[in-house]
Design a protein around this ligand. Structure first.
Ligand SMILES: [Fe+2]
Length: 184
């Protein structure tokens, strides 16, 4: 397993089907997922591991699009998200980067009030690229971006918290918790 992404062998949808169809037709770049649209199945599954959901967002990208490089937080940290990526072809990829020098970034705010950081391409170096299937666990606390290929992409993203520590779920915690479900 690398340190950026792994896929899970679970068959649980994160949000209700009608809301998913709505997101598909609206094609909004970012949508906050209301708590009541998250399925009981995923809430219960996560709860059985003492995991909570800090928030959910959906991201729509058109074909042949490259997102900005960013981190899902206001400073480099170890935090994972659970992602479901729909409507992608084999060319859609998530990319991870390291800073060439001292980290440089601009802190911005998402519609839900969470901070993220914008990073210039020239300040980072690509270290890994991978196709994201669903569901998958991705490292979101270091610089990353997404590029689509010939088809559009919708990503449902749940930010996970560890109820035992009351902090964002880290990579190693997630790997331990989901070891039985990891696809090799
Ligand atoms: Fe992100």
């Amino acid at each position: 397993m690398n340190n950026f992404c792994y896929h899970l062998n679970i068959n649980i949808e994160p949000i209700d089907n009608n809301f998913l169809s709505e997101l598909v037709s609206k094609k909004e770049k970012i949508t906050i997922i209301p708590k009541e649209k998250i399925t009981y199945e995923i809430i219960n599954f996560l709860d059985s591991f003492n995991l909570g959901i800090a928030g959910g967002l959906s991201f729509y990208r058109s074909a042949n699009n490259e997102s900005a490089i960013h981190m899902d937080c206001n400073t480099i940290q170890d935090k994972v998200n659970m992602n479901w990526v729909y409507f992608q072809d084999f060319q859609s990829r998530m990319h991870w980067y390291k800073f060439k020098d001292t980290p440089k970034y601009k802190i911005l705010t998402l519609p839900n009030g969470d901070n993220y950081t914008d990073i210039l391409k020239e300040d980072v170096e690509l270290i890994h690229s991978e196709k994201i299937e669903f569901p998958s666990i991705v490292q979101a606390g270091i610089p990353h971006s997404v590029s689509t290929g010939a088809s559009e992409r919708l990503c449902i993203c749940l930010c996970l918290t560890n109820n035992l520590t009351n902090k964002k779920l880290t990579w190693d915690e997630s790997a331990n918790i989901f070891s039985k479900y990891t696809k090799i």
